[in-house]
Design a binder for this molecule. Structure first.
Ligand code: CTP
Length: 411
């Protein structure tokens, strides 16, 4: 798997940098070329001489090294190799990556690269568990950066233990191999190549007057993760998104809408699709007569009456479409009680093939959170899936959908 691969190894400043020497050896044993980049911090822990001797390559350290820039340059370092591996990755380096700071060679390479990035964090357990770091890691994962570790155990500092140790070199090697294996599988024949997948995501906003609206707590994380997973599986993806605070997924055509009515229109305009996944939390009602001016208090102490009317059901509309119903139509059911019965009822009423049911009672933390525990309800039964993060749920739904499409084609 690693034979002939060129890996840029970024070593940042932490005591775990001494393990990077062994890591270089292990990667080279497997036939990889290892091109080291060291931060100033890293050079406090290991010397460029040792790193250079083990890698048998030039060691890059300075962004403004005229020789190195002339010869290779940070853009070529970032682009001409197969993988950027960061070991150890300090909390500081991860934070800089989140914000796109490029104040040394390592961070400039990371900002300029279009290659896969694998990070092996190493830091004190308190630093790892700091919400700032956890949030940074989640953001980087959302951008497709992969992580190995950290592991738990004794720290170099006396009396400190917990999660924060850099993974052992052989574990990092295994994670590197897994990354290349996934990449090879993707290139080998993507399961949804040639298919169009249409996905709705996020909440809808239903205006009350020019400044107020009705909304819900949907973050769009699950729908956006599905769009990314469908693209990774080779599909052409259209994402119809309500207002969310997420970036548009790369390589996905994203249509931005506000209301349920606009969402339905955008969905219909983007049919036909082979697979449609309605992950949006569409508002069930809208205000019957949207005020053209801001509603003012009238001094009576009585709140205004808001008459609501039901919104169109997008999933049901598509499910009953005569000619344009997608071959595989997937809905979600967010419930706080009678999960399975309600999901089954939705499956029938909306003429969907699958309902991905989840319990969104506030104590589950699913709404707006990163994890999801779901049940897949179809005509043939109910499958229980373990708790997974929303990206893994997305990948598994897309895998199952691809399998269903190929079973369909075969029968
Ligand atoms: N849905 C939709 N259009 C609507 C309401 C829901 O397309 N106006 C879709 C959602 O995207 C989801 C599924 O229908 O895939 C179920 O959504 P949910 O809110 O759980 O169900 P509702 O039909 O709104 O039923 P209720 O709120 O009464 O549980």
């Amino acid at each position: 798997m690693l034979n002939g691969k060129a890996i840029v190894l970024i070593i940042s400043g932490g005591i775990a940098a001494y393990k990077s020497l062994d890591l270089i050896r292990r990667l080279k044993e497997r036939g990889a070329r290892v091109i080291p980049v060291m931060t100033d911090g890293a050079r406090e822990f290991v010397t460029p001489l040792a790193v250079g001797a083990l890698s048998a390559e030039n060691v890059f350290t300075d962004l403004f090294d005229r020789e190195a820039e002339h010869d290779v340059g940070h853009i070529r370092l970032a682009r001409d190799h197969d993988l950027i591996l960061i070991a150890p990755a300090t909390a500081n380096l991860l934070a800089k990556m989140v914000h796109g700071i490029a104040d040394d060679l390592a961070t400039a390479v990371l900002l300029a690269t279009n290659k896969p990035v694998l990070a092996a964090p190493a830091m004190n357990p308190k630093m790892w568990q700091n919400p700032a770091t956890l949030r940074n890691v989640a953001k980087l994962e959302e951008r497709g950066i992969r992580f190995v570790g950290p592991a738990s155990g004794e720290m170099a500092e006396k009396g400190e233990a917990g999660i924060g140790r850099m993974s052992e070199p052989l574990e990092i090697v295994a994670a590197t191999e897994a990354l290349f294996r996934d990449q090879a599988m993707r290139h080998a024949g993507l399961p949804l190549a040639g298919k169009h997948v249409l996905i709705t995501s996020g909440p809808t906003h239903e205006p009350i007057d020019p400044v107020r609206y009705i909304a819900n707590r949907s973050s769009g994380k699950q729908g956006h993760a599905l769009a990314r997973a469908a693209f990774d599986a080779g599909a052409r993806v259209t994402l119809v998104s309500g207002p969310v605070e997420l970036p548009d997924p790369a390589n996905v055509e994203t249509v931005h809408v506000e209301t349920a009515a606009e969402m339905l229109k955008a969905v219909e305009a983007n049919l036909p699709a082979d697979i449609a996944i309605m992950a949006a939390a569409v508002a069930d009602w809208r205000v019957a007569a949207e005020g053209s001016q801001k509603i003012k208090k009238d001094g009576s102490g009585q709140p205004p009456a808001l008459a609501l009317v039901e919104n169109p059901d997008i999933l049901a509309t598509i499910g009953h479409h005569e000619s344009l119903r997608p071959r595989l139509l997937i809905g979600f059911a967010a419930e706080t009680q009678n999960l399975i019965d309600n999901a089954r009822a939705k499956l029938d009423r909306k003429n969907a093939d699958w309902i991905i049911a989840n319990d969104v009672s506030p104590e589950t933390g699913i709404m707006g959170g990163d994890a999801n525990t779901i049940r897949l309800v179809s005509k043939s039964g109910v499958e229980d899936w373990p708790e997974m993060n929303k990206s893994d749920v997305a990948r598994r739904i897309i895998e199952r959908a691809a399998q269903e499409m190929s079973d369909d084609a075969a029968s």
